[in-house]
Design a protein around this ligand. Structure first.
Ligand SMILES: Cc1ncc(COP(=O)(O)O)c(C=O)c1O
Length: 352
């Protein structure tokens, strides 16, 4: 049991004592004079009914939720054992976790190209970064990442912006060979066929971070969680912002996670459209890489990707173009609704 739970139980007990005293006094005043045993039972019954309204009443958390994902999360000792819900994400609130997980000498390493915000945040916090290129087939550059000997190795899986997926067994291999922490960003994992959650339970240096922004379509909620070994979570809890996720977000996230049927429907709808969009783009000569995310990454050389991006923007269709080496020939296209995808494909057919 963690310190957080003990504190909650203590607060709950403090609130229960006056309640028991009141019940005892009231019972003594009753004409029927209930026995001590009946008074105790009555107190317990009242405690049971009033529990949710007492200070220290358990706040719903991911570990206590029903549903497939919560069940998987709760099954991991680190989650059952520590506060599973954290404010923001490691990559969003990168300062404290970086200070906790890296040092000046052995900063971060990651396979690239990857989530562009990471480089910006690393620079902001003065963190040394070594970017190792993905192999041409987008598999993990294992030896190079191990050789980088970073305190914190970041792998976004499925990766952004390529939408490609690295085998779980490769990530397990990497974690075993690393001396530092392996941070796996699973922002897009709900659209993939596998995930790395089991690794967080098996390997003490693996930290998996997730968000409700993508698979649950709740980007406005600002809710995410980290899963790792108790030691890792305890270290991060010490370094994180002292304020926790707000109660409204926890309630909304709880409701969302409990509705697994809706979640599955949402994910399946996106995956179905992803296949249709990929087929449409391939017909237009801009075949995307195999995607395991809610977007596709398609190479567009003629006309140049930058021109296609601008032509689409003129038509109020927003896709992403990264005007930087290695990425400038590609477009990152989010899977939309069937209507939106039809409009995109029709406009692209005119532009190409
Ligand atoms: C790879 C990756 N990780 C994490 C995030 C952060 O997600 P959020 O802050 O919306 O939870 C994003 C957002 O786009 C992302 O692309």
């Amino acid at each position: 049991m963690n310190a957080f739970a003990i504190e909650e139980i203590w607060r709950f007990a403090l609130a229960a004592i006056p309640l028991a005293a009141i019940v005892a006094v009231v019972c003594r005043c009753l004409p029927c004079r209930p026995s001590t045993r009946h008074t105790l039972w009555l107190t317990l019954l009242l405690l049971f009914v009033l529990a949710p309204f007492l200070p220290g009443a358990p706040v719903p958390d991911l570990a206590s939720l029903a549903g497939e994902e919560a069940g998987a999360v709760a099954a991991i000792p680190a989650v059952a054992d520590g506060p599973p819900v954290t404010t923001g994400k490691v990559e969003k609130d990168e300062g404290p976790p970086r200070r906790a997980l890296t040092d000046g000498e052995h900063g971060m390493a990651w396979p690239g190209p990857t989530y562009t915000l990471c480089a910006v945040l690393a620079e902001l916090h003065g963190c040394e970064v070594r970017e190792v290129p993905f192999a041409p087939d987008y598999s993990l550059p294992l030896d190079e990442l191990v050789g980088a000997a970073a305190s914190l190795t970041y792998v976004c899986n499925p990766n952004s912006p390529t939408a490609t997926f690295v085998e779980v067994s490769d990530l397990a291999d990497l974690a075993r060979r690393l001396r530092g922490v392996l941070l796996i960003d699973e922002a897009y994992v709900d659209f993939a066929s596998q995930n790395c959650l089991p690794l967080a339970g098996e390997l003490p240096n693996v930290l998996v971070v997730r968000t409700l922004s993508k698979g649950y379509s709740l980007a406005g909620l600002r809710f995410g969680y980290a899963v790792g070994s108790p030691e890792l979570i305890a270290g991060l809890s010490k370094a994180k912002d002292s304020f926790n996720v707000d109660a409204l977000s926890v309630a909304a996230a709880t409701a969302a996670i409990q509705d697994q049927a809706y979640f599955q429907q949402n994910v399946e709808r996106v995956c179905r459209e992803r296949e249709r969009l990929s087929a449409g783009l391939t017909k237009l000569g801009i075949a995307p890489l195999p995607s395991q995310a809610n977007f596709v990454f398609a190479r567009c050389q003629s006309p140049p990707a930058g021109c296609v991006y601008r032509a689409l923007k003129d038509r109020n269709i927003l896709v992403r173009h990264f005007d930087q080496p290695g990425l400038s020939e590609w477009l990152r296209i989010t899977v939309g609704t069937p209507d939106q995808n039809d409009v995109l494909l029709n406009e692209l057919a005119r532009i190409m």
